[in-house]
Design a protein around this ligand. Sequence first.
Ligand SMILES: [Zn+2]
Length: 243
Amino acid sequence: MVIKQLRASGGVWLSVGKTNLYIDPGPGALVRCLNSKPRLEPSTLDGILLSHKHLDHSGDVNVMIEAMTDGGFKKRGVLFAPNDALEEDPVVLKYVKGYVEKVEVLRENSEYRIGEIHFSTAKRHHHRVETYGLNFKISPRTISFITDTKFFPELPNLYCGEVLVIHVVRLKPIGDEPIDHLSVEDVKTIVKKTKPKLTILTHFGMTMIRAKPWVVADELEKELGLKVLAASDGLKLDLKEVG
Ligand SMILES: [Zn+2]
């Protein structure tokens, strides 16, 4: 998806009160922000977060930090990232890292705050590089992001947000696949357990795109009796309207 840009890979802009946090600035993040209507102004960001260092989640991290800090002239903002995104074979360039006011290393089962946004990590995901999912408390809503991972038995219990954003790459599971990602079967297992008010599927691989994500979402919604939406490029969600 990323290489062919069949789907946008720019990540998520989260806005709560006056606080703006950018999650996983993949390739195209900056251009998507500037071209969105209304335009999302990177210089108003308070922080940038990487769930993990893979390029489809971090490709634009350096340029987004530059944009947040006015090309490095205004030292500001917080960068949240796992240690291995910063230390060994880092995806954030050293000189760019110096532009942010603060670097907060993401670790297992830890709580973080940036302005009006509170969030926590859970257990480290089963993925090739250090990866965390996120639980946000955004009064009056909770929202969970299950980022890249292979399924593991505790997974559903870790993400109980009323809104669940889940990275579902595969239509069907592959036994011993080398790339650790979730399939639609895993989504069913998770949603049956946690019963979110709204589930948003995103981060599709080719098998999902061929199956038409909105068709998959419709079928899941009927089967599970809970609202399921397939993310589309530029999707905007008002958390207050999730009922
Ligand atoms: Zn990944």
